[in-house]
Write a protein that binds this ligand. Structure first.
Ligand code: URP
Ligand code: ZN
Ligand code: ZN
Length: 469
């Protein structure tokens, strides 16, 4: 019998925050040895010339999420996670969304059915709390947290999702007492509605007005308000999909006051600008997401935040709607007003290569910062560490094996999601995940899937680790 089920040999492996040349011995899906000249494995993977990094943890993506306006997401758990693993992500944390009037447990059961036997990646769930009734607050949420759903997202905008200030405070209290982390979508709903009405009544309905209806001030105000609630309740929060300088200023200000505020940003805020919404060929709707992409000056500030530690998490916020689909971006017709176009863009497969290339290859980010932002910190914040997010003895054998020198151009035809476009079409990147390994099994090699759907396992999350810095 071989000493190991699998040995990954000859690569440069990211261990203890640096690349070291060593082999990895795997047994029963876990890392059991790290060292040179390990004995043989039943299976051997030659990683020479390549970098073995922890598999990515995408802590913000939407899969098979029913929409109240009737829009239908292009990706379900099969196609979304297929795309994730081909981009080097081994764990995803999508949302189980409570709609108003629904119990949290009904939402959890619904999403388990959607994911069951479908996923290529391992997966956990965040909850979305849209109806914090007394039963939800006193009974359902504490029980869900105890059973491994230790994070939930709340919205300050969107009619069907938003909580008022009092409801936010009450939800934060539950997170504090039961040990969860709350993710906040920070945009001021009334300001957006008011601006939208003004714009639409002046005949401004094309996609570029989406950004004008949701300016930075709207995000800044809500970010500040969320921070204030976090301070009043004395519980950490994480602000999701931070788009630019004004929200960052609030987050940095809060930290200087000693508040425990965490922050996430996404590819759209460093690779897109609001100019993309202004597409003369009428394709601006493919970039509609909220908050909207800003300008180049804001991109620079987001890059600085990625470098210096404002951000702990870099997620895709994959929210997949087809362009030419009456159930997708064209839900209300091709010339519908911006306010009627489903929000969100795809990005599960492109998240890691985009950041690796513009960050690590081009020298804007250290490799350690890249790994922390895309794998280790999300695993820690969302209670999956040290099972996920690290290459260490005892951890799950989840790896993205990179050719750091491969240069390629992103084309939707080559991606593995079920969306009919990528907002990153035509961007050339250097750095490519050639193999993805989950619990010791190679799940994809050069974009070819080697396992069946359903090989991904459900993960229960532990308490968040707020001690990142
Ligand atoms: O536009 C976006 N971001 N859509 C996805 C839903 C959300 O708010 O994250
Ligand atoms: Zn959001
Ligand atoms: Zn989202």
């Amino acid at each position: 019998m071989a000493a190991f089920d699998c040995v990954i040999r000859g690569g440069e492996v990211f261990v203890s925050q640096a690349l070291v040349r060593c082999d990895i011995g795997i047994r029963d899906g876990r890392i059991v040895a790290l060292g040179e000249h390990l004995d043989a494995g039943d299976e051997e993977i030659d990683a020479s010339g390549r970098w073995v990094l922890p598999g990515g943890v995408d802590a913000h993506c939407h899969l098979d999420q029913p929409m109240s306006d009737g829009a239908v997401m292009a990706d379900n758990f099969e196609t979304g996670t297929r795309s994730a693993v081909c981009g080097g992500t081994t764990t995803v944390i999508p949302f189980a969304c409570q709609f108003k009037g629904q119990s949290v447990w009904a939402a959890i059961e619904d999403y388990h059915q959607r994911a069951s036997q479908q996923s290529y990646a391992d997966y956990a769930f965040h909850l979305i709390v849209s109806d914090p009734t007394p039963t939800v607050l006193q009974d359902e949420l504490p029980r869900a947290i105890a059973e491994g759903y230790t994070s939930f997202k709340i919205y300050m905008t969107y009619e069907d999702m938003k909580l008022n200030d009092r409801q936010i405070l009450e939800t934060l209290m539950v997170a504090k007492s039961a040990g969860a982390i709350v993710m906040v979508h920070a945009e001021n709903a009334d300001c957006i509605d008011w601006l939208t009405e003004l714009l639409e009544s002046a005949g401004h309905t094309t996609p570029e007005y989406h950004a004008k209806a949701r300016p930075s001030a709207v995000e800044r105000e809500a970010t500040h308000r969320a921070i204030t609630f976090s301070e009043l309740v004395d519980v950490p929060i994480l602000i999701v999909h931070v788009s630019g300088a004004e929200a960052i200023e609030q987050i940095d200000w809060a930290r200087r006051r000693g508040l425990n505020i965490f922050a996430e940003t996404c590819p759209q805020y460093v690779f897109l600008t609001s100019d993309h919404l202004h597409d003369p060929e009428g394709c601006g709707h493919k970039f509609i997401c909220s908050p909207p992409p800003r300008d180049q000056a804001n991109q620079k500030v987001v890059w600085n935040g990625l470098r210096t530690g404002t951000f702990q998490v870099f997620s895709s916020d994959h929210a997949p709607f087809n362009l030419d689909d009456p159930k997708g971006k064209a839900l209300h017709g091709k010339n519908a007003s911006f306010s009627k176009i489903p929000n969100g863009i795809p990005g599960l497969e492109t998240r890691l290569p985009l950041l690796f290339s513009a960050g690590v290859t081009q020298g804007q980010l250290s490799l350690a910062r890249f790994v922390n932002l895309t794998s280790t910190y999300p695993a820690r914040l969302y209670g999956l560490f040290p099972q996920k997010g690290v290459i260490a003895i005892g951890a799950d054998a989840d790896f993205a094996i990179w050719d750091p020198h491969a240069t390629w151009t992103i084309a939707n035809a080559d991606l593995h999601h079920a969306v009919d476009y990528t907002p990153y079409e035509g961007i050339t990147v250097t750095g490519r995940v050639t193999e993805t390994v989950i619990r010791g099994r190679v799940v994809q090699r050069d974009g070819r899937l080697l396992v069946e759907k359903g090989s991904g396992q459900f993960l229960r999350c532990h308490a968040p680790d707020f001690d990142l810095m």
